[in-house]
Write a new protein. Sequence first.
Length: 417
Amino acid sequence: MSIDTRPTEDLGSLLRERVPGMPLAGPFYTSPEIFEADLATIFGQHWFFAATEAEIPEPGDYVTITLGTTSVIVLRDDDEQVRAFHNVCRHRGARLLPERSGSVGNLVCGYHSWTYGTDGRLLFAPGQPAGLDPSCWGLRTVPLRSISGLVFLCLAAEPPADLEDVAARLTPYLEKHRLTDAKVAAQVDLVEDGNWKLVMENNRECYHCDGHPELSATFFLTYGLAEDEVPERLRPDHERYLAAERDLLATCARLDLPHTRIEELSAPATGFRVQREPLDGRGESFSTDGAALCRRLLGHVDTTRLGRLSIHTQPNAWFHVMSDHAVVFSVLPLAADRTLVRTTWLVDQDAVEGVDYDVDALTHVWRETNAQDGAFVARAQEGVSSPAYTPGPYMPSEYQVDEFVTWYVARMCEATP
């Protein structure tokens, strides 16, 4: 028996062989060629989440996002507009900004000192001939769309147009939290030993949540169960959940906060899901007892009991926004078996560390949860790399995993003969 390592030219047949309701075949998680196809098609042709505006609060602040051999600069220009450029000098192609983040006055190439403004215009080229037209040699822009402070990029010349519709529907859920006025309280990068799709699939289900004791402290025991699936022994817990849900819906009505689930994960080019749900315990935040972790509330809200606003966007992000802080996750592929998971905690811009919040307490639940998920993903990667691996059926609670894989297959089929 040997591992299925069919080359890229057989990708079409591998995609067509995928059975609905079942995971992908092994090569989708192990093949370097399919990994490169993922970069070219999924991350090269579709909108993906890149950063938060809070990471670049001042003019000249920037972050760089790397996908394969592509690097993109996301920065706030001198007019405080958020822009994105390819991280490539227009002279002879040197990388302009090698650091992960920083602040600049102008963008100066470290090779031959070609100098660009924060708006991408070429300002100066040493020894330039008289006929050189600077207006023809500005930095190449990358399509960018900020949705209430969440920055999405697309590397395609003609990005999918449906992001505008997604933005129109997500904005009402996010706007009162004022993420554009938030600041970064902490950011942690974790490299997981698994394919990026395994990382996303792991996030899309709570079938494994018994392995997350810290996170589960704020999840109701009947979370994810339909009414007719609740066992009699958990009926009191379920009634408590229903009461918390009623309270949350009443609060949402008073504050004019949308809460209804919108779920379009598999068919659109830009799949997404959004819903506001109650949390267990104090019902305020992701902590061991559900209590708020930041004294200063996030945005224009007047109560701590807002549960969690959860958003998921294909192909690489999920977000949780509470009354007191937000947690933002991005997934960036590094190799067929390695993935960067970047977690960013946001609080109100006027919150003071050590007074309004403690960083260790703020980040505790998701630092533990991410480490646990990293171990699960590594185990899954080892398993799908085995000659013995064959896809097994998804459980009903894993329907969002199925939706993610269905979305992935559809997008890849659109670009694969």
